[in-house]
Design a protein around this ligand. Structure first.
Ligand code: HEC
Length: 126
């Protein structure tokens, strides 16, 4: 019994912390993070693909679903991911872990706040 409630407490605390960190994202800062970290390969303009697909409207979309982007890996197309803020967060932290065999040649963004900012920016693109 005791063990159980301890783990529930740990769970609740960690969920609360992760929600706080996600909520703290600043879209204005995220625009700069995007330009620095993602902009070589991604645009935020609908239909404008670079090495990677346009990320306009990416949050809430299925993975591998930009129709006129031909550079997707099989791994991405078969991943069955829908890009929630949480999923994008883990993907850009460790792309190779979330989509093994994927084609995004990006080492990952360790800075949690920068990830929250860039996700807030992506969510603001409508
Ligand atoms: C070196 C180029 C490169 C960089 C830098 C890069 N990406 Fe990507 N990204 C890609 C490629 C290529 C794909 C397609 C991967 C695949 O199909 O396996 C991709 C796919 C994605 C997807 C999935 C899109 C979809 O339609 O399913 C997301 C989301 C994404 N990137 C976000 C980011 C973010 C956010 C950053 C910056 C923090 C970033 N990427 C940096 C090249 C890059």
């Amino acid at each position: 019994m005791k063990k159980y409630s301890l783990w529930s407490a740990v769970f609740i605390v960690s969920v609360t912390l992760s929600q706080q960190s996600m909520a703290a994202g600043d879209p204005k800062k995220g625009k700069d993070v995007f330009a620095e970290e993602c902009g070589d390969c991604h645009s935020a303009t609908p239909g404008k693909n670079k090495k990677g697909p346009s990320l306009f409207g990416a949050i809430g979309r299925k993975a591998g679903a930009v129709p006129d982007f031909s550079g997707y890996s099989e791994a991405m197309k078969q991943s069955d991911i829908t890009w929630s803020a949480d999923k994008v967060d883990s993907y850009i932290a460790q792309p190779r872990k979330v989509v093994p065999g994927g084609k995004m040649k990006y080492d990952g963004l360790d800075d949690l706040a920068a990830r929250a900012d860039v996700i807030a920016y992506l969510s603001s693109l409508k």
